[in-house]
Design a protein around this ligand. Structure first.
Ligand code: ZN
Length: 276
């Protein structure tokens, strides 16, 4: 099976295939639209620059290599949540980046593998950290059926051209009692509504799909998964106590309570069937 690779501007919704969308927002000269049929918000005419995931993406100021420790402190609690459902076993990190989640999961006893489209990042994870990372797309990795107990897509699905294809491949390589974990930004968040085009997670050069809880659920269910746990996560890591920090803390607390946090995390198991 090969994934659909579209030529030219992207116009169709990845959930229902409809190309009838209304204007939603303009961000940095890029048009973000909303599918009239299912409500999915997406970047119209998305075009990914060939060099997007080159070294600079990971090594630039404030980027992944520099913030290794920050990500480690975020991934520790994530892996603990996973362990409460799956205490050990084989673990695949899709979209490994520079390998921090793999290191944390490995440190907690999982047998970890990764797959990463960026040649730069996958080479870094292999050479600097000794991790087992395949360069390329998941379908290039040749994983066998029912190979993994846990598969994680942490802030990856919004970047992927063909999410339904990816979920189908994940369903094939996940064990029948395996666990799928997906984290994505929440386009229905309170901060998104308050900041409009200034919200940091639109990133129309990188993010194709802007999921809300409803559209993510539709996609995951259609892909043949049953959601077993759902979490609103705030994305703004506030450390200070100044006036601005306090305002952000209040917004975060309200957002989480209202299920309108800036990011969402879901845990799912294989369901009975895939809807096409
Ligand atoms: Zn749609």
């Amino acid at each position: 099976m090969t994934p659909p690779r579209e030529e030219g501007p992207r116009t169709a919704c990845c959930i229902c295939g409809n190309d009838n969308a209304s204007t939603f927002l303009e961000v940095s000269g890029k048009s973000i639209v909303r599918c009239r049929a299912c409500g999915l918000v997406y970047t119209a005419d998305f075009h990914q620059a060939d060099t997007l995931y080159a070294g600079e993406y990971f090594t630039g100021p404030g980027r992944y290599v520099e913030r290794d420790d920050t990500f480690r402190s975020l991934f520790e609690p994530l892996v603990e949540k996973i362990r409460r459902i799956k205490p050990c076993g084989t673990f695949l990190d899709v979209g490994t980046g520079v390998g921090v989640l793999m290191e944390v999961a490995s440190g907690k006893g999982f047998a970890v593998k990764g797959v990463e489209v960026s040649n730069w990042a996958s080479a870094y994870a292999r050479e600097k950290k000794g991790l087992d990372v395949v360069s390329g797309r998941i379908e290039d990795a040749g994983f066998g059926d029912a190979s993994f107990d846990v598969i994680v897509l942490n802030h990856v699905l919004e970047h992927v051209e063909a999410p339904k294809f990816l979920l189908a491949e994940i369903r094939r390589i996940l064990k029948d009692d395996g666990l799928l974990v997906i984290g994505v930004p929440n386009a229905g968040s309170l901060m998104g509504a308050l900041l409009g085009a200034r919200w940091a997670s639109w990133r129309p050069d990188e993010h194709i799909w802007h999921f809300t809880p409803a559209t993510l659920l539709t996609l995951v269910k259609a892909g043949g998964f049953d959601v077993i746990r759902w979490e609103a996560k705030d994305n703004s890591h506030v450390t200070g106590w100044g006036a601005k920090d306090l305002a952000q803390r209040v917004i975060n607390a309200i957002s989480v309570m209202a299920n309108k946090a800036e990011a969402m995390l879901l845990f799912a198991r294989k369901g009975k069937r895939v809807t096409t």
